[in-house]
Design a protein around this ligand. Structure first.
Ligand code: SF4
Length: 579
């Protein structure tokens, strides 16, 4: 039987309960969104005692299925003021699942401004004071905790940004080498953790077991088919392991959709210098590691290790989104500077997408020049020191735009746009506009069909067909997020029918179910329904499902396109909820 661990920060109690009937059959994003929509008052303060912070491994967590150990984090977002799920790799998801824990729910607030750490083990779960960790970045926090708990555990922590409750704050998860490089980045959930006075969680998997399987042989067979598909598909077997997600720089630049200098152009003249190809080249020359998995059981391994010219560790390979946010979007073409910034964001505990956008908007306001890499590092330093300018930058692109009177501010529901310009990749524009999460490329990755021609072919520059594409993708993605699978498996699942069927077969074999592909889509729609309902009760309307106005009238070079998917079509994305 799976358990929910309820951690009450008001009386510092930790209680275990059986997973209630209403939450059975849910995991990952499905479970976090169900708990938030059922138990959190939608109009509450996101950093007040009535919000909850939920950590949940996916439905396939704790098994030997490849790439299944991601963890979802949910709550009401201080950035969007709506429902939020952000997920991460690292060790925590697999460890919790092996301890039989379906969710950890952090509730209430401590009476005094004190910090605590939570230990979760097989026979003991307890809170203890952590004021000695106050003001530490994630790297120093993990080092200190390793001294106390050893190295056979996983850590979850916040840096200074979370303690200060900045809405750009992330939650860090350690990777296999116990580096805090994997983050639930989006939506400011680090600020929610900070508001609860929870600096860190230590998860000790000792004594845990592989998740029980209703039909072991069927699971084993489906899991083999799934792994085979990942090893056969060119994106998951060659592209991502060799160049990381940064492989997309050249692809999206070529497509004219790489937002440059705060979304003023779709092509960056310095793209090659920050591309995945260059990242691979300098990593190999410096004897770094281009192919590294962020969690046990990953067979794609998109996450390399970035080393400096002396071969010293700097950070994990910055993701495409990070390279873009702090690179082309700020007019910067220096991979070493971007890797140092990635390390800094991981340490302070910041969402690299939100912060890159904050800095780009600040550059547009003239705080620093576009292309000034040292200036960008300086601005990150301001955030880390908590100066007044740093607090403004750490509060996200919308706040920076308002503070400095900038008109071109790329946010939806308060959350900054990721690395694909919606005027040149219109399907992802529909996802940005309508996702309950705010602008989020992972919520329905239409770039696959618009640009990469994986799983279909929809012209990226035409408005036709984009709403239906995003609608279908958002439902399927909600399910992938519920399984705990890394989203990158979707490249294989969209192209190889048996890979998708194998995922359904694994869920059935684990839980003794007989779901069909249609049932899977229904589950995704149900999750989206809970999320939309929460947002509606929080005060969101269809007027919030829109891109900022400038995308409608500023033409984006080189295609000179505007975002012209009609509002009426955006309003059809969730028609399935009206049935
Ligand atoms: S493919 Fe990349 S993001 Fe996904 S689990 Fe592996 S290393 Fe992590």
């Amino acid at each position: 039987m799976f358990k929910i661990l309820r951690v009450n920060m008001a009386d510092l109690s930790v209680k275990s309960e059986d997973l209630p009937e209403a939450y059975q059959g849910l995991g990952g994003r499905g479970l976090t969104s169900a708990i938030v929509s059922t138990e959190v008052e939608p109009t509450c303060s996101p950093i007040g005692p009535n919000n909850k912070l939920i950590f949940a491994p996916g439905l396939l967590g704790g098994t030997n299925c490849a790439n299944s150990g991601r963890i979802s984090v949910g709550g009401k977002s201080p950035l969007t003021e709506g429902i939020k799920e952000a997920n991460s790799g690292g060790q925590a998801g697999g460890y919790l699942a092996r301890l039989g824990i379906a969710a950890v729910v952090i509730e209430g607030m401590p009476a005094e401004e004190k910090l605590y750490k939570l230990f979760i083990g097989k026979d003991k779960c307890e809170l203890s004071p952590a004021d000695d960790l106050k003001g530490l970045g994630n790297y120093a926090t993990v080092d200190r905790l390793k001294g106390e708990f050893g190295e056979k555990v996983g850590f979850v922590s916040i840096g200074q940004a979370g303690e200060w409750k900045l809405v750009g704050a992330s939650i860090a998860f350690t990777d296999k080498e116990l580096r805090p490089t994997r983050h639930a980045g989006r939506g400011g959930l680090g600020a929610v953790m900070g508001s609860k006075g929870l600096k860190a969680i230590v998860i000790d998997p000792a004594g845990g077991e592989l998740a029980p399987l209703a039909d072991k042989e069927a699971f084993k067979a489906a899991s083999k088919r799934f792994a085979k598909a990942l090893q056969e598909h060119p994106v998951t077997s060659q592209g991502l392991p060799t160049y990381g997600t940064d492989i997309l720089i050249n692809v999206i630049n070529e497509a004219g959709g790489l937002p440059t200098r705060n979304f003023s152009s779709g092509r960056f003249e310095g793209a090659e210098k920050v591309s995945g190809e260059t990242l691979n080249k300098i990593t190999v020359e410096r004897k770094g590691n281009p192919t590294h998995g962020c969690m046990a059981g990953c067979i794609i391994k998109c996450s390399g290790i970035f080393v400096d010219e002396k071969g010293e560790y700097v950070s994990k390979w910055p993701e495409y989104e990070t390279v873009w946010a702090w690179g082309p979007n700020c007019g910067i073409d220096d991979l070493d500077a971007i890797a140092r910034i990635d390390r800094g964001c991981d340490d302070i505990g910041l969402d690299t997408i939100e912060m890159g956008n904050s800095v780009a908007v600040a550059m547009e306001a003239g705080i620093k020049e576009f292309g000034d890499a040292a200036g960008a590092e300086e601005m990150l330093g301001e955030i880390g020191k908590g100066t007044p300018l740093g607090r403004v930058l750490g509060s996200g692109a919308a706040v920076v735009g308002k503070t400095f009177g900038v008109r071109r501010v790329p946010v939806v529901k308060g959350q900054a746009l990721p690395a694909y310009d919606p005027r040149a990749v219109k399907g992802i524009g529909v996802t940005y506009a309508t996702s309950p999460m705010g602008a989020d490329h992972t919520a329905g990755y239409a770039v696959a069909q618009n640009i990469m021609k994986v799983g279909g072919d929809v012209d990226p520059l035409k408005p036709e067909g984009q709403a239906k594409l995003s609608s279908d993708l958002q439902a399927v993605t909600a399910v992938v997020d519920a399984t705990g699978l890394c989203l990158f498996v979707a490249f294989a699942a969209m192209d190889i029918e048996d890979a998708f069927n194998a995922i359904v077969d694994m869920v059935n074999a684990k839980y003794g179910l007989s779901l069909t592909g249609d049932d899977v889509t229904s589950l995704g729609q149900r999750i989206l329904g809970m999320e939309r309902d929460f947002n509606r009760r929080a005060g969101f309307t269809e007027a919030d499902d829109r891109l900022p106005e400038f995308f409608k009238f500023e033409k984006l070079p080189p295609h000179n396109q505007v975002f012209d998917v009609p509002d009426e079509e955006l309003d059809t994305v969730f028609n399935f909820l009206k049935k």
